[in-house]
Design a protein around this ligand. Structure first.
Ligand code: SF4
Length: 304
């Protein structure tokens, strides 16, 4: 068995192994949900905006929004957009609205204009001065876990019980990781930044977020002597349905010490990869996961 895992694959497995199986083993693709597509389209707009700032120092007003709209329209027309049935019902009940493709397209445009009207200025304020420090924007990374173990040497192996070392060595030799780092500032300070979009901020914890740990891990591979990495969120709080009214951008700083990164590897990545290797694909015990699950609504799984 040879596995290539990304932070989102690991997250899916950690939340529901059965969902992982449907998506990544059986290959049943989900139609992108509204919130997924909104998040991807905002990422695209930010990527173009920052690249423009990094390459010519300034950026034309509206460039982020335009990239957002182009991305959304292309994806929605090619793959469709999935509105979860309970979201549809809620909107009908609260706002007396029946969602049609035209209404949704318009809603996306209004949301994009509102978000980029706010964050263009925020991004310039936050990253304008440091733009020369940007080393990577939406950079793809790929590495093998054996490489990581080799770089970390004793710091890593002393965390693995003696009796498990042979199995861990074998396991790591057949796993690669791939992912994308949203933003990395690395000239004077080592800082990785993840852009998140969500309707509430309570779901995001900068000190334990696995995506940020993954970013920090890939930085460690490039510079093995790093003792600490700054790990931050640029959070965009927005509800596309406009039920939670507030639109806000928050920059939240955190950090990962070398030992936190190793713990991420030994306590999070290894048990998950072991579960995947051993074919443990049980259902989640989290009700809320099933409530938001495409596979349940489309009849692939009955849920918990
Ligand atoms: S419906 Fe629930 S148990 Fe089934 S795949 Fe989705 S999240 Fe997992």
């Amino acid at each position: 068995m040879y596995l290539i895992v990304s932070p989102s694959m690991l997250k899916t497995y950690s939340l529901c192994p059965k969902k992982y199986k449907l998506r990544y083993v059986e290959g049943i693709r989900q139609v992108p949900t509204v919130s997924f597509l909104l998040g991807r389209a905002i990422h695209k707009g930010i990527e173009i905006l920052l690249k423009e700032m990094a390459s010519i120092g300034i950026c034309e007003e509206g460039i982020g929004y335009q990239a957002f709209e182009d991305y959304f329209l292309k994806e929605a027309r090619e793959k469709g957009v999935y509105v979860l049935p309970h979201e549809k019902e809620r909107l009908k009940e609260i706002k007396k609205i029946d969602i049609t493709p035209e209404w949704l397209e318009e809603r996306f445009r209004d949301t994009g204009k509102e978000v980029f009207g706010m964050i263009e200025g925020e991004l310039k304020r936050r990253f304008g001065k440091e733009i020369e420090e940007v080393s990577d924007i939406e950079k793809e990374v790929r590495f093998s876990f054996s490489e990581i173990a080799e770089v970390l040497k004793d710091d890593f192996w002393r965390m693995i019980p003696k009796g498990e070392r042979r199995d861990v060595e074998k396991l790591l030799s057949c796993v690669e990781a791939e992912g994308r780092i949203d933003l990395c500032l690395s000239k004077s300070e080592k800082e990785v930044i993840d852009f998140k979009v969500g309707r509430t901020i309570r779901n995001y914890d900068v000190s334990s977020d696995e995506q940020l740990s993954f970013y920090a891990l890939s930085l460690l591979l490039k510079e093995p002597d790093i003792r600490e990495v700054k790990t931050s969120f640029f959070l965009i709080k927005k509800d596309i349905w406009d039920i939670f009214k507030e639109t806000k951008a928050l920059y939240i700083k955190g950090k990962r010490r070398r030992e936190d990164i190793i713990r991420y590897l030994t306590e999070y990545v290894i048990p998950l990869v072991r579960g995947i290797r051993d074919g443990k694909f049980h259902k989640t015990d989290k009700d809320w996961m099933c409530r938001y699950c495409f596979y349940r609504w489309e009849g692939y799984c009955k849920g918990k």
